[in-house]
Design a binder for this molecule. Sequence first.
Ligand SMILES: NC(=O)c1ccc[n+]([C@@H]2O[C@H](COP(=O)([O-])OP(=O)(O)OC[C@H]3O[C@@H](n4cnc5c(N)ncnc54)[C@H](OP(=O)(O)O)[C@@H]3O)[C@@H](O)[C@H]2O)c1
Length: 386
Amino acid sequence: MSWLLYGAYGYTGRLLAEEAVRRGHRPILAGRDGERLRALAHELQCPHRVFPLDDPFRLEVGLRGVRAVLHAAGPFVETSPPMLAACLAVGAHYLDITGEVPVFEAAFRHDARAREEGLIVMPGVGLDVVPTDAAAALLHRALPSACRLELALHSPGRPSTGTLETVVEGIPGGLLVRRDGELRSARPGSRRFRREVDFGPDRTTGPMAGLLGGRRSVLPATWGDLATAWRTTGIPEITCYLTAPRRQVQLLPVALPLLRGALKVGPLRRLVRRRVARSGGGPDAPTRAGGRTRVWGRVEDEAGRWAEVILELPEGYRFTALAGIRALERVLELAAGGGPGPVPAGVLTPAGALGPEWVLGLPEVEVIREPQVVSPGEGEEGPAAG
Ligand SMILES: NC(=O)c1ccc[n+]([C@@H]2O[C@H](COP(=O)([O-])OP(=O)(O)OC[C@H]3O[C@@H](n4cnc5c(N)ncnc54)[C@H](OP(=O)(O)O)[C@@H]3O)[C@@H](O)[C@H]2O)c1
């Protein structure tokens, strides 16, 4: 079945393309730079199409005959609106690897249209939000009365330039949390965000030894889960965190508001992005092969009951390639009537549509701590808040 990977010659796009070919696919590789695209298509022996995103006619022509698009060109706040509109216009399912809250929120506004067209729209089939969405769903299943959800990601290693550019683009939006079911702005320096998270026992050896588990300081973060975990679980209070060295945890709440003010100035933001882009690439192959990531989640209800879950998975970019291609395969199966119930359509979350167990079946994903409900006064550990 014909599907298209847009942004194929980017750092993560290439990993997705290689994983697709490894699994026997021959996706149409697409992007706006003909030279880079032709080189990759030749190397991977895949067809290719060159078209930009800022010309709606060429974009729709580029998607002709395509059953599904896996979109890997970011920042998605810039690239998702035209691609999603074109997918809805030509009748192609849409998946992407965004982690950007405004992109998810914009996608959810197309739910009725996607249902009408009988199409599946699934943003976020990468590190954020596939495992975190599954963690949220597992916790909600363990404690359906949960009213509060916290998620934290510990992903040691350096980000790709594309991720850094996306972070630069997102900083002016400030810190968001979900409260009473609504997205709200919050101050990163607020005392309520000062905490440590227990990422469980560290069983790794070799270069990763001591880097994975244990109690770690975290910073609040505007993860895509603020949009997706709300749709997957209906839990009205959601806060997301990521680990950071203690020094950054002390400095960033002060530095971020200043940085936010500066990056609101368009020319300055573009300058910073250009400088970031010059560094090129992301983690090398040995780092991707040896790296591991942990996801922690916790729910609480009004009665004080709580549960925590910890998942371990491959290094973030490798996981994104593994999960992204398998999510696309599963979406195509579901769309072809290969699921247990009626054929799904609309804007769907990964765990909502594929179930939390789907993530547990991905390569090298392990449950480090099963979600078990603890009642007040029970359990030896108590809440993990610092
Ligand atoms: N959610 C997750 O867990 C996760 C994981 C990995 C990556 N990501 C996200 O995926 C995105 C890509 O990351 P990356 O590491 O692959 O970055 P990258 O190496 O910089 O690649 C970005 C790709 O997007 C293309 N692109 C950017 N803007 C475009 C536009 N306006 N029109 C057409 N093509 C455009 C680039 O093409 P040109 O070179 O021609 O500009 C390039 O092919 C980032 O937003 C990153 O945050 C998310």
